[in-house]
Design a protein around this ligand. Structure first.
Ligand code: WTA
Length: 650
């Protein structure tokens, strides 16, 4: 057992250190100093790890700070699917597993070697071509965690189409908002999906949005569950029939490094989700480099990231990172608690998983079930653990280390965002004495800093706003259709510095501790949800006059949704209405947005300019007393605060 040292830190074992990409803090420090002295030189050197058709970039990095536009390797040509498939096939990995698919049903297993995956991608790329999809066209993807999802993404990349994956558990309204924004020609979906023993109809949701009117001309449907499915003649086709009817070969299209690879939506502070645009060269290089540096992946190992591909963690850590490196990634369709609370451990044991990457919320759920569920399984294949999506509390970290990792597996707490494309802050597990709860240091080539409101660097121990100092290759270039919003959201608070929207502090050793969001984004089980999206859903119910959603503490999900609702005249805040509102949010936004509390309030605290004072609503939801609420004198009706406290629903 690698013991905790006298400072409560966890040094790697010598055995692990030997296998690591970076083996000591000194080695890291030297490489880091070098990498940030000249980031362009560092990234240009890393770019040698990808296969390029041409490296004719005039400049490695350009940054127009006035327009907030930046480029990496512009003029260089490559193809992401070539880098994830063909080059491995050519380099002796044709028969090495690329994806191991484990379905929710334990018997549903498919293993794709690099050779087979390439074959499937080429065929599906030809299907897209046959539908008239060309370079630059968008393709929406609304699929559960099945191999066709990865195949679709890589098929798009192969022909230069831009994929936009929408999380399969999003409801019709959320799907619609994401689809109308990026105007796709084609959507790829499935008849249904399996979720915790239930079969959910997905195609019906697609039909619902198509009725409202979209740019979609073709719907490709994967037969996953076999449920009855309405297929509209001339518009809807079955995946298996289409792939059988096209030629087998499809050459990859050389793309400029700055050509778009995908759009992925994330919730922001307004109701409209933001479509972050990622580009081919920079994103892929970031995915490759962070995957190699963070996970110390060795050939033959099995890497499992439990995140759904509908989120950035799945894009980078199940698809592009592992495949760019030629690794073997497990893709899991199910949930951690079905059919039993040991499902993750049963799967990890079954496949001999080496590296396991999940979110703190999953660890908290599993911990709550008790250690015996874990102990039923032999987890000795595990070498390393990792976490992403929200702060991991030290206690949960220690449990993860001791019970899941058997006291021998280091944990990398990786901090990143949809916007950053790949991990930015994460410990080098072979080099550092790990601190439970700290993401520790920025990765090679990444510069971070914490500033206070006056833009002074925070002293150690002081918390402030986390910024990334200059955009590394993997950063999103813009928000699709809305560069103005991109500038306002990230580059205006402190021009020339990227505002992450997270609070953080640094300790005396220069290690980072993440403290959560500073804006109106609620992180439910590590999934980013905009307060505004939930409010919009509530307000769309006929009984609701006004609504405000704020985070509340939840010991499993980290944060849960506390919603204040004022009803229209003629309606009453009954238990029945509460149930209706919860159902309404579940169907419009999706089950992840289920409010934990609905608090019927006669009014909301507002400033004289009519702005809802969320700060106060958060405090009331947290259970603060009147004296802890702070200044309420700017409110039009300060008395409302007493009413809210008196009627607080817990
Ligand atoms: C939070 C997920 C603390 C953070 C990769 C960030 C984290 C948001 C961590 C991005 C971490 C992510 N520690 N907080 N290790 N990783 N976050 O876009 O608030 O889905 O801004 O990307 O998750 O969420 P997103």
């Amino acid at each position: 057992m690698a013991p905790e040292n006298s400072k409560g830190q966890y040094p790697p074992s010598d055995e692990y250190r030997e296998t690591a990409f970076i083996k000591s803090a000194e080695e890291f420090n030297t490489l880091y100093e070098e990498s940030i002295r000249d980031p362009a030189a560092y990234w240009a050197e890393q770019a040698e790890n990808l296969d390029w058709y041409s490296k004719d970039w005039k400049e490695v990095f350009t940054w127009d700070k006035k327009e907030n536009r930046f480029t990496w390797f512009k003029g260089g040509k490559l193809n992401a699917s070539y880098n994830c498939l063909d080059r491995h096939v050519k380099n002796g990995k044709k028969n090495v597993a690329a994806i191991i698919f484990q379905g929710e049903n334990d018997d549903h297993v498919r293993v794709y070697t690099y050779g087979r995956l390439l074959y499937e991608v080429e065929r599906f790329a030809n299907v897209l071509k046959s539908m008239g999809v060309k370079k630059g066209d968008r393709v929406s993807v609304y699929l559960p965690m099945i191999p066709e999802l990865t195949i679709t993404m890589l098929a798009c990349a192969r022909i230069g189409a831009v994929h936009s994956v929408v999380f399969a558990a999003f409801g019709a309204e959320s799907l619609y908002n994401r689809v109308v924004d990026c105007t796709p020609k084609v959507i790829v979906t499935s008849d249904g999906n399996y979720h915790a023993g239930k079969t959910i109809n997905m195609k019906a949701k697609v039909d619902e949005i198509l009725e409202k009117g979209t740019t979609i001309e073709h719907v490709v449907v994967v037969r996953r569950t076999g449920i009855e499915t309405d297929m509209k003649e001339g518009r809807d086709v079955w995946w298996h029939e289409e792939v059988a009817a096209v030629p087998l070969n499809c050459d990859p299209v050389p793309m400029d490094a700055e050509d778009p690879l995908f759009i992925l939506y994330t919730s922001g502070t307004t109701g409209k989700p933001k479509g972050l645009l990622h580009t081919t060269g920079g994103y892929l290089l970031g995915a490759y480099t962070s995957f190699r540096n963070v996970f110390n992946y060795r050939p033959g190992q099995i890497f499992w990231c439990t995140a759904d591909i509908g989120w950035i963690t799945g894009h980078t850590s199940t698809v592009y990172g592992p495949l760019a490196l030629g690794a073997t990634a497990l893709m899991f369709e199910g949930v951690p608690t079905y059919p039993g609370r040991d499902r993750y451990w049963q799967v990890a044991e079954k496949w001999g998983v080496d590296i396991f990457y999940t979110a703190p919320t999953a660890i908290r759920t599993i911990r709550q079930s008790g250690d015996e569920w874990v102990k039923k399984h032999d987890l000795s294949s595990l070498k390393m653990l990792a976490s992403a999506g929200e702060p991991i509390d030290p206690d949960v970290w220690r449990w993860y280390h001791r019970v899941i990792g058997g006291g021998r597996c280091p944990i990398s707490d990786t901090w990143w965002q949809t916007e950053t494309g790949g991990p930015m802050i994460a410990p080098m597990t072979g080099a550092f004495d790990l601190k439970p709860g700290s993401a520790m240091k920025p990765l090679l080539g990444i510069q971070a800093a914490i500033y206070d409101e006056e833009k002074n660097i925070c002293a150690p121990g002081e918390s402030g706003n986390l910024y990334i100092e200059s955009p590394p290759p993997s950063f999103a270039r813009t928000i699709w259709n809305d560069h103005k919003k991109f500038v306002e959201t990230y580059w205006t608070a402190f021009p020339g510095h990227y505002l992450t929207g997270d609070n953080a502090r640094m300790d005396e050793d220069g290690d980072y501790w993440l403290l959560g969001r500073i804006d109106d984004v609620i992180s439910v089980a590590g999934h980013r949800l905009g307060a505004a999206e939930i409010e919009a859903a509530l307000i769309s119910h006929p009984a609701v006059a006004e609504a405000a959603a704020v985070p509340m503490f939840d010991d499993i999900k980290g944060e849960a949704i506390y919603a204040y609702v004022t009803v229209k005249d003629g309606f009453n805040g009954t238990e029945e209405l509460k149930r209706q509102l919860v159902d309404h949010v579940r169907t419009t936004v999706g089950p992840i947005a289920t409010p934990k509390v609905i608090h019927f309030a006669p009014g909301l605290p507002k400033t004289r300019s009519g702005k809802i004072m969320r700060r106060i609503l958060r405090k009331v939801a947290e259970g603060c007393r009147k004296e802890e609420i702070g200044d309420t004198t700017t409110l039009t009706d300060p008395g409302i605060v007493d009413t809210l406290i008196a009627t607080r629903m817990l």
